[in-house]
Design a protein around this ligand. Structure first.
Ligand code: IMP
Ligand code: MG
Length: 432
C-alpha cells in the first residue's frame, strides 16, 4: 500500500526549565514549514523574537505567525486566556502582521482561562504555605478544572447558557461565592469573546492530519521545558502541563506515528525562573554577570532568572525523555568574557557520586544535598567571524559541542550565536 502521509512533522522542545531560546529556533525552522502548532501551556510562555529592528514577545500565538503563508494552530492541549489572545492579535496587527482564521486556527477543545483562575493562582501562591513561583497567569487552576472535568472548552464560550452554568459550577465547587454571584455578569461579558473566537475554531487534529496527508510540513512549538514537565520535571516545582515531545501528539490531536523528528533546544548554560532544585546554580556574583550579558529576565513576568552552568546529566535525561533526534544549542555568544567556562558532568551526595539526574532529583526530594561536579572547558572568545561550520569556532565552543553531543547522544543541527535572525548556523542533516 502506498504511504498515506506525504508530509512531515517536527517537534521543538526545551531541554531545560524553559527560556532555552525555543522561539529563536522555531523562527528559523518555521521558514520551511507550512503549519506551526502550539500544543501545551498558555500565556505563561514568553517567546522573544528579534526581527530587523523590532523585538516582540509572543505568549500564546505560535512564533510561526511572524512568517508569511503559514497556518498557525493552537491545539487542545493549550489553555487560552481570551483577553491575552485578542490583545496579542492587536499587537501583531500593530506590527503589520495580519491574524485571521486564514492563518490562525484554534482547537474547539482548548480550555479557557477565566479571571477567577488568575485569582486562585495568586491566592495559592501566597496562602498555602508553599510557593512554586508560578507566573500567576491562571495556568495551573485552569488545568485543575480541566482534569476535574468542569473546565470551559473554547467551543463552549459561544454559548451564554453553558458559560453561565459552567462558571457557577466552577465557582460553587471551589467555594468562591464572589464568582458564583457574578456568574451571570461574567458570562455576559465573556460570551463576547466567544463570538470573536468562533471563526477561528476547528478540529485542529483533523486539519493538521489533512495537511500532512497532502504533503505539507508541520512544526510543533513546545513551551516551557522538559524539567518543568508535570510528570517528568522536579515536581511540585513544575508547570501544569506535559512539555515533552510526545505530548505534541496528545496536545494537538494527531497520532504519535506522525512525528518524524524531535529537536531538543539547550542553552549553552542554564537558567530557571521560580522555585525548585537547580544543581548547577551559580553563586550570586557569577549569576549576575550571566543575567546581565544574557538578558536573563523573564519574558512574561520580568523576574530575574536564576543562572547556572550547563547541566549535562540533566541534558541526557531530557534527550532520553524526548527521544531527541537532534539538538539546537543557543546563546553561545553569552559565554565570551565569562572567565573559565564550566559544565556540570555529574553530582555528589554524602554517600558518594550520583549516577543520573533522576537519581539526584530523588535524593533532593528526600532532603539530601546534591553538589555538582564540574569540568572546566577553558575561556570562550568573542565570536567575531560569521561561522559556517564547527571548525570556525574556537576550542572552548568545540569542546562544549562535543560534550553536548556525547551526553545527548544526538547531533547538533543548529547553533545560535546572537539574538537576531541570521546569527545562527543550521546543519541540515546533522553535523558532518
Ligand atoms: P506556571 O506555569 O505559571 O504554573 O508556573 C510554574 C513554574 O513554571 C514556575 O516556576 C514558572 O516560573 C515556570 N514557568 C512557566 N512558564 C515558563 C516559561 O515559559 N519559561 C520559564 N519558566 C516558566
Ligand atoms: Mg520564555
Amino acid at each position: 500500500m502506498e504511504k498515506k502521509i506525504k508530509g512531515s512533522a517536527q517537534v521543538v522542545v526545551g531541554g531545560q526549565w524553559g527560556d532555552e531560546g525555543k522561539g529563536r529556533v522555531v523562527d528559523v525552522l518555521a521558514e520551511s514549514k507550512d503549519m506551526i502548532v502550539r500544543f501545551q501551556g498558555g500565556n505563561n510562555a514568553g517567546h522573544s523574537l528579534h526581527i530587523d529592528e523590532s523585538s516582540i514577545v509572543l505568549h500564546l500565538i505560535p512564533c510561526g505567525i511572524m512568517r508569511e503563508n503559514k497556518v498557525c494552530f493552537i491545539g487542545n492541549g493549550v489553555v487560552i486566556d481570551p483577553e491575552v489572545l485578542f490583545a496579542e492579535i492587536l499587537l501583531l496587527k500593530s506590527y503589520g502582521i495580519e491574524v485571521s482564521p486564514k492563518n490562525l486556527r484554534i482547537s474547539r477543545n482548548a480550555h479557557i482561562i477565566l479571571p477567577m483562575h488568575k485569582e486562585i493562582d495568586a491566592w495559592q501562591e501566597s496562602s498555602l504555605g508553599r510557593t512554586i513561583g508560578t507566573t500567576k497567569r491562571g495556568i495551573g487552576p485552569c488545568y485543575e478544572d480541566k482534569i476535574a472535568r468542569m473546565g470551559i472548552l473554547a467551543q463552549e464560550l459561544v454559548s451564554l447558557k453553558i458559560l453561565k452554568e459552567k462558571i457557577a459550577l466552577i465557582a460553587g465547587r471551589r467555594g468562591l461565592q464572589k464568582f458564583e454571584l457574578s456568574a451571570e455578569n461574567l458570562a455576559n461579558q465573556w460570551s463576547r469573546y466567544g463570538d470573536q473566537l468562533k471563526p477561528f475554531l476547528c478540529d485542529v487534529g483533523e486539519a493538521i492530519h489533512e495537511g500532512l496527508t497532502a504533503g505539507k510540513t508541520a512544526l510543533f512549538e513546545g513551551a516551557q521545558g522538559t524539567l518543568l514537565d508535570v510528570d517528568h520535571g522536579s515536581y511540585p516545582y513544575v508547570t501544569s502541563s506535559n512539555c515533552v515531545a510526545s505530548h505534541a501528539a496528545t496536545g494537538s490531536g494527531i497520532g504519535p506515528t506522525m512525528i518524524d523528528d524531535v529537536v531538543l533546544v539547550t542553552k549553552a548554560y542554564c537558567t530557571r525562573v521560580g522555585e525548585g532544585p537547580f544543581f548547577s546554580e551559580m553563586a550570586d556574583e557569577e549569576a549576575l554577570k550571566f543575567r546581565t550579558r544574557g538578558n536573563e529576565f523573564g519574558a512574561t513576568t520580568g523576574r530575574s532568572r536564576r543562572c547556572g552552568w550547563l547541566d549535562l546529566p540533566a541534558l541526557a535525561y531530557a534527550s532520553r525523555l524526548n527521544g531527541a533526534s537532534s539538538v539546537a544549542v543557543t546563546k553561545i555568544d553569552v559565554l565570551a568574557g565569562m572567565g573559565t567556562i564550566q559544565v556540570c558532568t555529574g553530582y555528589r551526595s554524602r554517600n558518594g557520586t550520583v549516577g543520573s539526574f533522576s537519581d539526584a532529583m530523588e535524593l533532593t526530594q528526600n532532603g539530601e544535598t546534591i553538589t555538582p561536579i564540574y569540568q572546566e572547558l577553558g575561556e570562550a572568545e568573542p565570536i567575531t567571524n560569521s561561522p559556517t561550520q564547527f571548525a570556525d569556532f574556537s576550542t572552548t565552543y568545540r569542546k562544549l559541542f562535543e560534550a553536548i553531543e556525547q551526553r545527548s547522544q544526538a547531533p547538533i543541527t543548529m547553533v545560535t550565536y546572537g539574538p537576531k535572525r541570521g546569527d545562527e548556523i543550521a546543519f541540515g542533516g546533522g553535523r558532518k
